[in-house]
Design a protein around this ligand. Sequence first.
Ligand code: IPD
Ligand code: CA
Ligand code: CA
Length: 253
Amino acid sequence: MTGAAQKAAKGLRRDFGEVEQLQVSHKGPSDFVSAADIKAEKVLRAELAKARPRFGFLMEEGGEVKGEDGHHRWIIDPIDGTTNFLHGIPHFAISIGLEMDGDIIAGLIFNPITDEMFYAEKGKGAFLNDKRLRVSSRNNLLDSVIATGIPFHGRPGHKPFLKQLERVMGGVAGIRRMGAASLDLAYVAAGRCDGFWEIGLQPWDIAAGIILVREAGGYITEIDGGKNALYTGNVLAANPKLHKQLSDILTAA
Ligand code: IPD
Ligand code: CA
Ligand code: CA
């Protein structure tokens, strides 16, 4: 996984450099960015298939590819944080999760610009480069920084989001909308953010982050505590002290 991510990252770094040049052109960089996206996904798929030829795939661009193995599949987002990438904001990541019979057993989230590689394996802990990660120990929401994702043009859920925001914002030290759900989850695992919620996500936004948060000692569920966050795309992650408090606030009538 690390080898595949490093290889795809080389292309992304080059392409991210180009984006700045393209910003000023009339057409804008969006076609270029979708080409970069597809290219990165191809590299990831080829490298992972080389290492584990029988595993399947679920990819943002390429969809589902069944594997002979029938138990394992890679869940991939080649660029999470496309809007940032497109605008020359260096906050995006390659995200790779490994699912075994419905359970995420390994994950990697790599920001190629800051060179921060977050990874975790079931039962073996979560790491940032070679440093062990632990969620924050804050137990007072008033001191906490909570990340979220705001729905945008073409996405449903604007009104429900505003309700949730209204309930949370008055009771915390700060809310952040950084623009890459995978990195939001990695930041919860690293204790940089104390919690994160978003609705309407896809499995490739979340898969790797699920194992990172769990292995760092955090909780990740649906907002009401439900267990199918990976496939409903309704996600609440936090340290164990704040998870229930946030769930109660977000779901209050
Ligand atoms: C998006 C990012 C963003 C989140 C959106 C996702 P993309 O993924 O993770 O933070 O708010 O819901 O779709 O499109 O950049 O891969
Ligand atoms: Ca994404
Ligand atoms: Ca993406």
